[in-house]
Write a protein that binds this ligand. Structure first.
Ligand code: SF4
Ligand code: SF4
Length: 384
């Protein structure tokens, strides 16, 4: 856990946190309700947050429901992740304009100053996902300058979970539900509603976080307050909707390349790519060149792509992964096995989005359990 002693911020003072961030020049991005889901967007007041909402999640199922209290963070995670702000789904890389000699003059397409975002409400699994993307974009020799410019400008406020979603399994992946010092953050908070009392325990994880805390009307948290917060996070940890034994999964998938289970899942998979779009760690892109009708202006764009599309592995003669079986196998094996070889960690943080937003409810925890069932060398998945 963070080492600074926690302080207490009352619910009625929560907007002071948003105000302090805005005064520092941050655009505050937080959870808000839109189109029947909880999405991340710019907010300026806490009453724009999902006050009194929770989410019901299962394989291929997501519904918002009313809670019987006015919690701000009483849900798990929605379809979006913070990667959309650091690794945008569409990004112009290069511009080219015809010059007076008839040649093309090239310039940087990503030329604006990125916004300074304060991310309000990052779950622990999402902080872990950001550190995984840090390794992908910044840790492999040639840093991605587009990601780096955005990443270094953010202020992060983690939220320890008080409820677990129906498809969450962060406990299995050791990525939650408490925000800890294992992931860098500026502030961490835990929401507590106890009878008539509604408050947040806050700790700073950086010098700037301490400066922001110093501007808030906080008081020292009592032992009872700390115990109440810890009890809520423990309850979330004990009520994960899913579980998956991560022990040996790297070897399990590597050694079962020809397992008949891949055919089984291919019969259900629509290769729609939803699982990769919602995943907070998936990072694959494609590049497209476009011109205007005169041919005097051209642009190169980077867009999110997916290992589930036919074009993703296109080469002369066709795509390298023609079948749904080969594409699902590539995705799952990369997430849970070869990601370790490439980036020294799992590519999965157990957020459950790929289960919830799969239109046919394909569930990677079930798929891994099915491989284990047929492999006596590997321990069975634990019960959720
Ligand atoms: S693979 Fe699924 S559960 Fe794992 S991080 Fe991605 S979306 Fe979340
Ligand atoms: S596993 Fe589900 S979400 Fe992913 S591509 Fe297949 S059908 Fe779509």
């Amino acid at each position: 856990m963070t080492t600074d002693p926690p302080v207490l911020l009352l619910r009625e003072d929560f907007d002071a946190l948003i105000g302090a961030l805005e005064r520092r020049g941050y655009a505050v991005v937080g959870p808000t309700v839109r189109d029947g889901t909880i999405v991340y967007d710019e907010i300026s007041r806490s009453d724009e947050m999902p006050v009194g909402w929770t989410d019901e999640q299962d394989g291929g199922h997501y519904r918002l429901k009313r809670r019987d209290d006015a919690a701000l963070f009483g849900y798990a995670v929605g379809p979006q992740s913070w990667k959309q702000f650091l690794h945008p789904s569409q990004l112009r890389l290069v511009k080219a304009d015809r010059d007076e000699k008839g040649g093309m003059a090239f310039s940087d397409g990503d030329d604006g100053e990125p916004a300074r975002y304060a991310f309000l409400g990052m779950r622990s699994c999402e902080l872990h996902a950001m550190t995984i993307q840090d390794r992908v974009f910044l840790g492999s020799g040639a840093a991605d300058s587009h990601y780096e410019r955005r990443r270094r400008r953010i202020f992060s406020i983690g939220v320890s979970c008080g409820v677990a979603g129906g498809t969450c399994f962060c406990v299995s992946m050791e990525t939650g539900p408490a925000v800890t010092d294992r992931t860098p953050h500026d502030l961490a908070l835990t929401e507590v509603i106890d009878g008539d009392r509604h408050f947040f325990l806050l700790t700073a994880g950086s010098d700037e976080g301490r400066e922001v805390l110093a501007e808030l009307p906080v008081t020292m948290a009592s032992e009872d307050d700390r115990a109440a917060a810890a009890e809520r996070v423990d309850r979330a940890a004990a009520s994960m909707g899913r579980a998956m034994s991560a022990d040996g999964v790297r070897e399990l998938l590597r050694e079962n390349f020809d397992h008949p289970r891949w055919e089984d899942v291919a019969q259900r998979c629509l290769t729609c790519a939803n699982c990769t779009m919602v995943c907070p760690t998936c990072f694959c892109t494609t590049v497209e060149d476009v011109t205007d009708l005169t041919g005097d202006h051209a642009e190169r764009w980077r867009r999110w792509d997916s290992c589930f599309t036919m074009d993703f592995t296109w080469m002369p003669g066709g795509g390298a992964r023609q079948s749904a079986k080969s594409r699902y196998r590539q995705w799952l094996t990369h997430k849970l096995s070869t990601w370790h070889d490439q980036f020294d960690s799992s590519g999965c943080v157990g957020c459950g989005r790929c289960i919830t937003w799969c239109p046919v409810g394909i569930d990677l925890t079930e798929e891994v359990a099915a491989f284990r069932e047929s492999d006596p060398q590997n321990p069975k998945s634990p019960a959720p």
